[in-house]
Write a protein that binds this ligand. Sequence first.
Ligand SMILES: Cc1ncc(COP(=O)(O)O)c(C=O)c1O
Length: 473
Amino acid sequence: MDLQHLRPSQEQGVPLYLQLYRRYREAIAAGKLRPGDRVLSVRNLASELTLARGTVEMAYQMLANEGYFVTRGAAGTIISPRLESLAADHAKLSEPTAPASPPLHAISSEVLPFQLGLPALDAFPRKTWSRLAGRTMRSLQTTAMTYPDPAGYEPLRRAIATYLGISRGIACSPEQVFVTTGYLGALELVCHALLKTGDLGWYEDPGYILARQFLERTGMRLEPVPVDEEGLNVATGQRRAPHARFAVVTPTHQSPLGVALSLPRRLELLEWANHRQAWIIEDDYDSEFRYHGRPLPALKSLDRDGRVLYTGTFSKVLFPGLRLAYLVVPVSQIGQFRDAVNHRSGSGSILPQAMVADFMEQGHFGRHLRKMRALYATRRGYLVDALKQEMGEHLYIQPQAGGIHVLAHLRTEQDDRALAKAAQTSGLAVHALSDWQMCNSSQGGLLMGFANFATAEEARASVQRLKTVLAKC
Ligand SMILES: Cc1ncc(COP(=O)(O)O)c(C=O)c1O
């Protein structure tokens, strides 16, 4: 192939390595490079195109990570033979999926290094799942094939109620459980059933960015309430917005700082909500994964006055593609929520719901959680060790008792947004802490997922890439 096809031009604002990466993908798509073809070594290509070796290295690494290149040790690097079956599908390859800079808040459908919010997809028990799928289809009652209950599939609601009683200290009946399409589906239902446009709510600062954007777009007004080492600062919330109608909290494992809401603060929050007749939305998104100490009971387990709306999700414990979450409402609100779901689009297909119900009832869920807890403790170690060894002088890792992400604070005054943007442009899905903050703070940091680092080497290689990117900023 004529090497000039690979030569980057002066495309405005597009880094050279990214141009080179794209040229390779285009050459493969156009058949100029065939599966099995040898690729010029980094040194030779850099010298042929008069590029820095680091530039070529970065492009090659992205192509290898995405499966276009395969390294064969001393035999050099070749175009992956696995692309043979894809080569015909020209459109698929020639349409470059923005490899870099996924829009900051978008949930990427690619599994990029450091991707936040994803469980370990390689460790999902696919065999058990497929066996259940066949059995679920075969044994589906005719009644279950008609229009489903918009509150969710009853056996799943029952399984969730049992699980919450045992694992989260929540005493609830299946009638209190509403199955939703993800956490945002639960929030949407709460807004519809209990709130109205313009209602004011406390929101943790920093806090989960997607829910914040969702609530703002739904017309809610949000009062930022700071989070410290004891979690949400309830006294500040009461001072700033005593009449708020609701508060959204992540008490078990604050998102993203990872602290737990202390018992005195929990009681203060419940007392405020009861006194003001406000609602507390408890987002218990990843409480199953705790590596030190005992799992904390949910805030809902202390709710004597029926002010807490509890939400959980299957996105972390199974996989986000299921789009299954749930909401537990106070007994006094069952009628209100029943009425709300009866006039909405429902909880989606019953097939995944039936499978998850079977998965839980047959004990697979408990086994899966135990296995994943151990796996995440190991994978967290891979990332933390690599960060400490490679970037310890630049980053300080916030100790966290659980979860599937790491927060590394910057030791310098660097702008975390610029760093995260540069990393994203290189295909590394780190987030800037500042983007999760509502009020400006001097404390910058990087948020990184670790669940999909299968080996210590993988974690180290990605951290080294991050280090290279950050060194250039
Ligand atoms: C803080 C927080 N809450 C809830 C969720 C779950 O959202 P969903 O059920 O829509 O996947 C996530 C997912 O990343 C999260 O980070």
